[in-house]
Design a protein around this ligand. Structure first.
Ligand code: MV4
Length: 488
C-alpha cells in the first residue's frame, strides 16, 4: 500500500494520517466546503474538495469519494468512524473500483449492521445475549406474549440502528403497542428499516466492550476491555481501560467469548464487541465494525497501534502481535472535549477558537483536529479533541486528567471541560462504582460543575487587567487561562 485516502474529517482523519506517515504511506484528504481550513486538510499529503458542507453531499457521497480516490491513485480507503465506515454499499463500491476498503467485508458489515441478525449469529457462536426476540416483531398479540414471557420491563430496539436511536423502555403491557409503533416510526425514518425487536431491559448496566483484531490468515485476538459507562443520552463522554468491574477471571472469559464471536463470523480488521454488564453477568449488545472514537485508551495500556494494525490487516499481512503478547500496563482515561455548554443542557457551541493551548507533559495524549483561530463549523459533531491520560494505576490516570483539564486553554467557545473536572472530583467516579446512569443519578454533579465554573471566574476577576503581556506569555498554563479571560 502506497497511498491511502481518508474518507473522514477532524481528529480521526489526522489519527489515520499519522499512522500513514509512520508507515511511509502517502495520505489523501477529502473535504467539504465547510472544512477547507481544517487541520486534516493541511496535514494530508494531498487534499481534494468533494462538495458542500452537508455530509449527505460530501462525506457520504460514495461516487465522489471513489472518483477522487481513482484520480489521486489511492490504493486504499480508510473510512474512520461514522459517515461511511459501516456502510456495506461503500465497501462494495471500493471492491468494484479495485480499491482496498480498510475494514471488514461488506458481508460482515451487513450482518452486524442488522441487530436482529447479529443477535441470532452471536447466539450461534455461543455468546450470551439478553433474553429477547430473534425475529422482527410484527404481530401485536405475539409481541405481548413474548414480552410477558420475558417479563417487564422490556426494551424495544430498532434492528437497523444501534447507539440508542429509537429505543423505548416499556414498563408494562399497557405501554407495549404504542412503544412498538413509536420505535418503528423512528426506525423507518432514521434507518429506512422499520423492523424492531424486544429485549429484557437490564437496569443500571455497565457498558464494557472488547477490542478485537482479526487478520486475513484467520488469527483473531482481543486487546482487553474498555469501560464506556459515563455517557449522556447515548453519547459517550468518558471512557477508560481497563474496567473497575472485571476480575481477571471475568476478563479472560469475556475476552475469549469476544474472540470466539469474531472468529465465528470470519471477522477481519479492528472491531469491538459491546457487552452490557450487570450483577456479574454479561450480554452481547452490538458489534461495532470500525475503529472507535475511544480506541486510544486501549493503545495507551497495550502499546499497540490499532490503526496501523488495520492497515496491515487490509494489506494482507498477519497481525504483528499474538494473544500471549498482549499485556495491559497501567490505566488510561479519555475525556471527550466538546464545544458545548454543560450549564445549558450541553447545547452545541460551535465558533472560533480565539485562544487554544492543549495540555502536555507525562502521560498525556491529545488527539484533535483544531488550532488557534480555527472556527469549528456547525455542520458536524461538536468534538474539539480527545484528552487521554495514562497512569500506572487508575488514581494516577485521574490525577493526570485533573492536571491536564486544569492546563487546557480553550477560548471563544463554551466547552464541557468544567463537567469533566466535576466528574474527576466526584467520589463515586473516583471509587469506580459507575454505571450507564451515573450522570443522571449523581445529582451533586451539576452543583459541583457550577462551583467549578464559578471558582474559575473568581480567579479571573482577581487578576489585574493591565498586566505585562510578555510576562504572562512566559508564565505557566494557569496564567494563560487568566490572560484569555482578560481579552474577553
Ligand atoms: C440496553 C439496555 C438495557 N437493557 N438493552 C443503549 C445504546 C445501545 N448501544 C444499547 N443501549 C442499551 N441497551 C437492554 N436489553 C441499556 C442500554 C443503555 C446503554 C447502553 C450502553 C451505554 C449506555 C447506555 C445508556 C442507557 C441505556
Amino acid at each position: 500500500m502506497n497511498k491511502i485516502l481518508i474518507a473522514n474529517r477532524g481528529e480521526i482523519a489526522i489519527r489515520v494520517m499519522r499512522a500513514c506517515r509512520e508507515m511511509g504511506i502517502a495520505s489523501v484528504a477529502v473535504f467539504s466546503e465547510a472544512d477547507k481550513d481544517a487541520l486534516f486538510v493541511k496535514y494530508a499529503d494531498e487534499s481534494f474538495p468533494i462538495g458542500p458542507a452537508p455530509s449527505s453531499l460530501s462525506y457520504l457521497n460514495i461516487e465522489k469519494i471513489i472518483e477522487t480516490a481513482r484520480h489521486a491513485g489511492a490504493d486504499a480507503i480508510h473510512p474512520g468512524y461514522g459517515f461511511l465506515a459501516e456502510n456495506p454499499a461503500f465497501a462494495d463500491a471500493c471492491d468494484t473500483a479495485g480499491i482496498t476498503f480498510i475494514g471488514p467485508s461488506s458481508r460482515v458489515l451487513e450482518l452486524m449492521g442488522n441487530k436482529i441478525a447479529a443477535r441470532r449469529e452471536m447466539r450461534k457462536a455461543g455468546t450470551p445475549v439478553v433474553p429477547g426476540t430473534d425475529e422482527a416483531t410484527t404481530d401485536d398479540d405475539q409481541a405481548k406474549r413474548i414480552a410477558g414471557d420475558i417479563g417487564y420491563p422490556v426494551i424495544v430496539k430498532p434492528s437497523g440502528g444501534g447507539g440508542g436511536i429509537g429505543m423505548t423502555i416499556v414498563k408494562n403491557e399497557g405501554d407495549l403497542l404504542k412503544a412498538l409503533e413509536a420505535s418503528r416510526t423512528i426506525a423507518e425514518k432514521s434507518f429506512g428499516l422499520a423492523d424492531v425487536y424486544i429485549e429484557k431491559y437490564v437496569s443500571n448496566p455497565r457498558h464494557i466492550e472488547f477490542q478485537i483484531l482479526g487478520d486475513s490468515q484467520g488469527n483473531v485476538i482481543h486487546l482487553n476491555e474498555r469501560e464506556c459507562s459515563i455517557q449522556r443520552r447515548y453519547q459517550k463522554l468518558i471512557e477508560e481501560a481497563p474496567s473497575t468491574a472485571l476480575t481477571p477471571e471475568l476478563r479472560q472469559t469475556m475476552g475469549e467469548t469476544a474472540v470466539k464471536a469474531a472468529q465465528h463470523i470470519g471477522y477481519q480488521g479492528a472491531g469491538t464487541i459491546e457487552f452490557i454488564f450487570s450483577n456479574g453477568e454479561f450480554y452481547f449488545m452490538e458489534m461495532n465494525t470500525r475503529v472507535q472514537v475511544e480506541h486510544p485508551v486501549t493503545e495507551m495500556v497495550t502499546g499497540i497501534d490499532i490503526v496501523k494494525e488495520q492497515i496491515r490487516i487490509a494489506s494482507g499481512e498477519p497481525l504483528s502481535i499474538r494473544q500471549e503478547d498482549v499485556l495491559v500496563n497501567g490505566w488510561s482515561i479519555e475525556c471527550r472535549i466538546n464545544a458545548e455548554d454543560p450549564l445549558n443542557d450541553f447545547t452545541p457551541s460551535p465558533g472560533r477558537l480565539t485562544h487554544y493551548r492543549s495540555p502536555g507533559g507525562s502521560g498525556v495524549r491529545v488527539d484533535s483536529g483544531v488550532y488557534t483561530q480555527y472556527a469549528i463549523p456547525p455542520f458536524y459533531d461538536s468534538m474539539i479533541s480527545k484528552l487521554v491520560t495514562w497512569g500506572r494505576d487508575r488514581n494516577e490516570a485521574i490525577e493526570r486528567m485533573r492536571r491536564a483539564l486544569y492546563e487546557y486553554i480553550i477560548g471563544g467557545v463554551k466547552t464541557n471541560i468544567p463537567f469533566h473536572r466535576a466528574v474527576m472530583e466526584n467520589p463515586r467516579f473516583v471509587s469506580g462504582e459507575i454505571n450507564t446512569h451515573f450522570i443522571e443519578s449523581e445529582t451533586g454533579l451539576f452543583d459541583a460543575l457550577k462551583q467549578i465554573a464559578e471558582r474559575e471566574k473568581t480567579l479571573m476577576e482577581k487578576m489585574p487587567s493591565g498586566s505585562d503581556k510578555k510576562k504572562i506569555a512566559a508564565m505557566a498554563a494557569a496564567a494563560a487561562v487568566i490572560q484569555m479571560h482578560q481579552h474577553k
